[in-house]
Design a protein around this ligand. Sequence first.
Ligand code: GLV
Ligand code: GLV
Length: 326
Amino acid sequence: MMPLNVYITRQIPDEGVNVLKKACQKVEVNPHDRPLTYDEMLKEVRGRDAIITMLSNRVDARLMQEATNLKIVANYAVGYDNIDVKAATVRGIVVTNTPGVLADSTADMAWALLFSVTRRIVEGDKLTRAGQFTGWAPMMLLGGDLVGKTLGIIGAGRIGTAMAMRSRGWCMKVLYTTQSRRNTVLEEMLGAKRVDLETLLKESDFISIHTPLSEKTRHLIGSQEFSTMKRTAYLINTGRGAVIDEDALVQALRNRQIAGAGLDVYEEEPKLKPGLAELDNVVLAPHLGSATVETRTKMSLMAAENIIAVLNRQKPPNCVNPEALT
Ligand code: GLV
Ligand code: GLV
């Protein structure tokens, strides 16, 4: 057993915790059923060799300064915009994430939101529970069809690809944008076309966001983009809230500039921008993209494996800053 000290900032499935307990002398988990405050984080990182962090934890230079023994920050998420990776690299601290294992569950969530908003399931549920379902009606809660429509994928990485692959069931035409290479899987299997953002916004009936949050993608979708979209379009976001200018989204939904939206993430999570919760044409989920038992279990094992590799001076399988290893 290694004389090492690991801290986990929130309770996660036991599988990964048990792996760590077998290998390391001390493994502590935040005992509260709430996120740690930044000040609590500052205290808890002292003396730790490794930490597992949540996407809701800000890991900045000051925090890493306090953690003089820290060798790895294993983020319990695929996105790592909560971590100052440059500051970690400078200090030789390895940052890892949990890619791949959550692509299917997140893509499923994007489709769940897409269906909920286009078929008005949440509005219908509210009405039914309120005793306002007085019988079938020819004009009640009419939504939109999916078959043959155009799906626009913003960010065709693993999750965007999984989202697009599911459109085969509805024979959709697929457009995509990507910051990296052409997606040959989507092109060969679906006849998908890589286009610029403006074309995607103009031509898509459903637009789904899967790009990471960075300075390049912050507010990628704002008032100008909403005015480019079809008035019948639906926007789905299971990536990061700040990729959308949420104030502009509220305006666009209110003015029926677009038909609706399905959101799993928010610009100032967990806060919502004023007006959002009052709108009928948006479905709001509390960041549940990876929230299945299977996926969260795999994420806990993945985070543990990354930590054990680094503590054994090996290359971790999911390193986002390999420069920190040299
Ligand atoms: C969730 O949002 C993640 O990045 O894993
Ligand atoms: C998604 O893009 C992932 O890396 O899982």
